[in-house]
Ligand binder design. Structure first.
Ligand SMILES: [Ca+2]
Ligand SMILES: [Ca+2]
Length: 246
């Protein structure tokens, strides 16, 4: 009897180790945005919606005599994904080209509480003009490595250079992404609206949007998620507890 129990315990340990490996082996989930675009914001009063053909522009630009702030927007549908099990989250964009008169500004990725904007034909509607809280900054990267059309550029939502992450920008409360199952991201070149407004040299980057004819260039959110324990794993774990009691 003692020998049988020892063998049973060894088998259980082996199965538990196997299942633990299964449970910690993360699954890769690749999401394309359900909406994307960029908007131009001028002088605090005028917004020109823009969802131009296959292009997202981020930066500061001058059109005739007016200066605009260009901000990229992305929305991802998270339905069916258990956000508490996410191990990594990375936004990937494909670079087209840039126009930079002075330096290569940083490209800052923010999470937006506001999800009610929509892409409709060639316009974006409902996009708020206000700034974003510093605590919503997820990652900040220099744009200087961007030189070649087709180059991939990434931002890390969980382990970026910002002291804040997607996990800590807000606890998982009913109004956040775990509840609304929607993630809105904003890409811009400054975390200070006054600074943006004061820029009098052009500096902007162009990335491919989901309207690009080349699907491999579309924006992507890559998530790795730890699989939830299987029924078999739970049964084995409860079986091990039963043996331990004996
Ligand atoms: Ca679009
Ligand atoms: Ca949301």
């Amino acid at each position: 009897m003692y020998f049988q129990l020892r063998v049973a315990k060894m088998v259980m340990v082996l199965l538990v180790v196997t299942c633990a490996t299964e449970m910690t082996s993360a699954n890769l989930i690749t999401l394309n945005p359900v909406a994307d675009g960029y908007w131009k914001y001028k002088s605090g009063t005028t917004i020109l919606d823009n969802n131009a053909s296959g292009t997202l522009r981020v930066g500061r630009e001058k059109i005739t005599t007016s200066w605009y702030k260009d901000r990229g927007l992305f929305q991802f549908d998270l339905s069916g994904i258990n956000l508490s099990l996410i191990e990594s989250a990375v936004l990937k964009l494909t670079f087209i080209n840039k126009y930079v008169q002075v330096g290569d500004p940083d490209l800052m990725l923010y999470r937006s509480d506001y999800d009610s904007w929509a892409e409709s034909g060639t316009t974006l509607t409902g996009v708020p003009a206000s700034g974003l809280a510093t605590t919503q900054l997820l990652d900040r990267k220099s744009g200087s490595p961007l030189t070649t059309n087709g180059q991939t550029f990434t931002w890390d939502l969980l382990h970026g250079t910002s002291p804040y992450t997607w996990e800590t920008t807000s606890p998982w409360v009913p109004t956040d992404d775990a509840d609304d199952q929607t993630l809105s991201l904003v890409l811009k070149i400054s975390n200070n609206v006054t600074e943006e407004d004061s820029m009098t040299s052009q500096r902007y980057y162009n990335f491919y949007s989901k309207e690009s004819a080349t699907t491999t260039y579309h924006p992507v959110l890559e998530l790795t998620v730890i699989p939830e324990p299987t029924t078999l794993s739970l049964l084995i774990l409860s079986g091990l507890a039963w043996i331990r009691r004996r």
